[in-house]
Design a protein around this ligand. Sequence first.
Ligand SMILES: [Cu+2]
Length: 312
Amino acid sequence: MNNGSAWLPEQASTLAPEIDALFYFVKWVSLVIFVGVVAAMLYFMFKYRRRDAAERPVPVKESKLIEISWVVVPTILVLIVFVWGFQGFIKLNVAPPEAYQITVRAKKWLWEFEYPNGTTTVGEVHVPVGRPVRLNMSSEDVLHSFFVPAFRVKHDVLPNRYTSVWFEATRADTFQVFCTEYCGTQHSGMLAKVIVHPEAEFREWLNSGGGNFDEMPLPEYGAILYQQQSCNACHSIDGSSGVGPTFQGLYGAERRFADGSTAVADDNYIRESILQPQARIVEGYPGVMPASYGSLNERQLSALIAFIQQQQ
Ligand SMILES: [Cu+2]
């Protein structure tokens, strides 16, 4: 992004030039009017200053031409902005019918994307270049907002309702996604990337099931699952206590349970904690960990354990 500049960020979608043109039109017209008004003000201050105590101003007669022009000119300017803006608004809101569709689910504090063939990704959305893409979005909890500055698209993402944005990326590159609706403590970390591929590369990526987790080293895959399965909503890796205990220093440590018993956190203990969270409740914490992780497969469990083991 074009940080700290008065200009708009890079343009990377077909809609961006149109939106920017209108923005710059408003900006320049405002600037010209502002400079004109201030200059006239200064000039009149000087011209009509009081020169001596006995001076009395002469009444001024209005000029029809000036009066009419300051009604007509702003009206025309406002109408230009309205018509231009309305056309852009319609374009932004109506995706071309042939658009490629991706489902987006937002939740505290991550973005999940699902493609028509069932592939899902978290924290990154892959799209083809030069083809309209429509994102059908909903939230699993609170209000979020999907914003890609380089594409000039932004839309609220709501629970219990679908909203959408569409764009056509103009070059293969990586762009930043932000959540722009304050949604809780980790709001500022609710980021994602749009990865734009050439058409053939996109197809290949999609057919491979979205990156090959089978060949990924376990701790790395575990780090993805930690986000994807929302463990991060309750377990930190920086030592801070959340809804659940932190993963930092967990592996190999002695745990105390609500019933007074203890155990060492080894692979089997962690496995049990994930599959049957209610079996032993860590002292000082509520037994609120969902029991829904029973469907994780063996490789996923090993990956999570390897990931937790790394958090020393
Ligand atoms: Cu959010």
